[in-house]
Design a binder for this molecule. Structure first.
Ligand SMILES: Cc1cc2nc3c(=O)[nH]c(=O)nc-3n(C[C@H](O)[C@H](O)[C@H](O)COP(=O)(O)OP(=O)(O)OC[C@H]3O[C@@H](n4cnc5c(N)ncnc54)[C@H](O)[C@@H]3O)c2cc1C
Ligand code: FES
Ligand code: FES
Length: 484
């Protein structure tokens, strides 16, 4: 049992124990450490002013990723290295990324600048090839700047690659050694001021702890749970993390399924999901921002049962299932039975969502998922539609149509499915199903979209799917498929 969080900051090992374990990294940096370079803008993962970089060992190599410090709980630093904007300049010599931002006039007020520096730093230190414009947009998708405009910042990313690396730049060997020094078998168990945070290191220990403490808050990436702290100012007395359990960090590819463990982030799941279904990869690239995807999990997206969660419709159309575990007992449920009401699931007290299982392509399965939101990046869906059909001899043999943003829960549109089945794959089927959909769904009007807009978009997405699945001529996308 370890009673302190241990991590590396500026090359030195740090150990923090006497602190509320639900303190965020941002609160700690600014409140306890006086490191004011990292800013607080929104405290909800949207603006990127709080971006810091985490280093961790993966297969023996140091991997760097940008994250939002405002939502990250301090214990999540355990075993990792933390870089803030103060970590970069050495003896007054700026990091190439900082120099490039200065030289390209990439900053005016400076509130957002530390966040930009850190997002670009993580990227520059991880990818050696000069980036494409699309890649730069992805890297900057979680950072807002209201005054400079993005052109000089985009130019600075390109310029950093031309500046050359600093002398003695590669300190990875020393960092890897320091990180190896932190690894151990003891589980982290922090208690302070009536609050407790536990990070079991085995699945059995985690499941048994949850069975004994059904009121504990499970935490994965904390991109949702963190809002309870920063926005609702709630006291979370008992928090148990899935992040230190190796089995839950794994993605398994079996002959029949892709299995994604509870601690797998979107960033790690992206490639296997894109390999399974290319538009699933396009969807994941548009969830939140780079910083969010680097910590948020696929299973967290299902466990929170948000009516506008993006993974749910896609996984409903793919007939995925979830594995729930309480103590030693496991049960597997189709995702369609998992969502039970507004933010309510079939998960019982003391149960853990252990993994999601996605069936591999059935023969003749055609699948697409489309996200419609006001912005391309870093935006919640107004409507997310996912469609799968199996076609035999030109006729639709089976159909699954699922939506997010159209009801209190992500759901399958059964009458639209029935309208598709048996019809030839073409415009007639699309129109019949779109009409059924209009009668079946009664979405809400809210600040994202009106009910009328949502209904219209849902029908049009269905028509677009049939159009694309049938290979009809004519353009259905602004960007070529696979480039989004
Ligand atoms: C800025 C921002 C942008 C976002 N953009 C999008 C978006 O574009 N699309 C989208 O769908 N969502 C989006 N989200 C919502 C959210 O981040 C995601 O749904 C995310 O996948 C949640 O995963 P997490 O690991 O962070 O979950 P956490 O916050 O750790 O947990 C979420 C909830 O699920 C529970 N939980 C987590 N894991 C388990 C488990 N294994 N067993 C039981 N319960 C569990 C937690 O107790 C908590 O109630 C965004 C969030 C933010 C802050
Ligand atoms: S303060 Fe805005 S993303 Fe963290
Ligand atoms: S320079 Fe970024 S918000 Fe002003």
């Amino acid at each position: 049992m370890r009673r302190a969080v241990r991590f590396i900051l500026d090359g030195r090992e740090r150990s923090v124990s006497d602190l509320d374990p639900t303190t965020t990294v941002l609160q700690w940096l600014r409140g306890s450490e006086g490191r004011f370079g990292t800013k607080e803008g929104c405290a909800e993962g949207d603006c990127g002013a709080c971006t810091v970089v985490l280093g961790e060992l993966r297969s023996g190599e140091v991997r760097l990723r940008a994250v939002n410090a405002c939502l990250l709980l301090l214990p999540a630093l355990d075993g990792k290295a933390l870089f803030t904007v103060e970590s970069l300049a050495r003896k007054g010599v700026l990091h190439p990324v900082q120099r490039a931002l200065v030289e390209c006039h990439g900053s005016q007020c400076g509130f957002c600048t530390p966040g930009f520096v850190m997002s670009i730093f993580a990227f520059y230190e991880s990818e050696r090839e000069a980036p494409t414009r699309r890649r730069i947009d992805e890297v900057l998708s979680g950072n807002l700047c209201r005054c400079t405009g993005y052109r000089p910042i985009v130019e600075a990313v390109r310029a950093a690659y031309l500046l050359g690396r600093r002398e003695g730049e590669d300190a990875r060997g020393a960092l890897a050694k320091a990180l190896r020094g932190l690894s151990g078998e003891e589980e982290l168990d922090l208690s302070y001021g009536g609050k407790r945070y536990l990070a079991p290191r085995s699945l059995d220990a985690l499941a048994s702890f949850l069975e004994d403490h059904p009121g504990a808050h499970v935490v994965a990436g904390a991109t949702d749970l963190g809002l309870l702290l920063t926005k609702e100012h709630r006291d979370l007395e008992l928090v148990v993390s899935v992040g230190s359990v190796p089995e839950l960090c794994a993605i398994r590819e079996t002959e029949s399924h892709l299995e994604i463990g509870a601690a797998v982030t979107y960033t790690d799941a992206l490639e296997p999901l894109a390999a399974l279904e290319p538009t699933l990869g396009e969807l994941v690239r548009r969830i939140g921002s780079t910083q969010i995807r680097n910590v948020a999990t696929v299973c967290g997206n299902l466990a929170n049962a948000s009516p506008v969660g993006d993974m749910a419709p896609a996984l409903l159309a793919l007939e995925a299932s979830v594995v729930l575990r309480r103590g030693k007992r496991r049960r597997e449920l189709p995702l369609s039975s998992f969502f039970q009401g507004y933010r309510r699931t079939a998960r019982e007290p003391g149960e853990l969502l252990e993994q999601v299982r996605i069936p591999r392509a059935a023969a003749h399965r055609l699948f697409r998922v489309y996200k419609v939101s006001k912005r391309f990046d870093q935006d919640i869906s107004s409507v997310c539609g996912a469609f799968a059909v199996e076609v035999d001899g030109g006729r639709i043999r089976a159909a699954r149509v699922a939506f997010g943003g159209m009801a209190a829960v992500p759901l399958r549109a059964l009458s639209a499915e029935a309208a598709l089945v048996g019809r030839p794959l073409g415009e007639g089927a699309a129109l019949a199903a779109a009409a059924a959909l209009t009668a079946e769904l009664s979405p809400l009007s809210d600040m994202r979209a009106s009910a009328g807009y949502r209904r219209l978009v849902a029908g049009n997405l269905l028509r677009r799917f049939v159009h694309e699945a049938a290979g009809s001529p004519g353009q259905s996308r602004v960007l070529a498929e696979g480039s989004a």
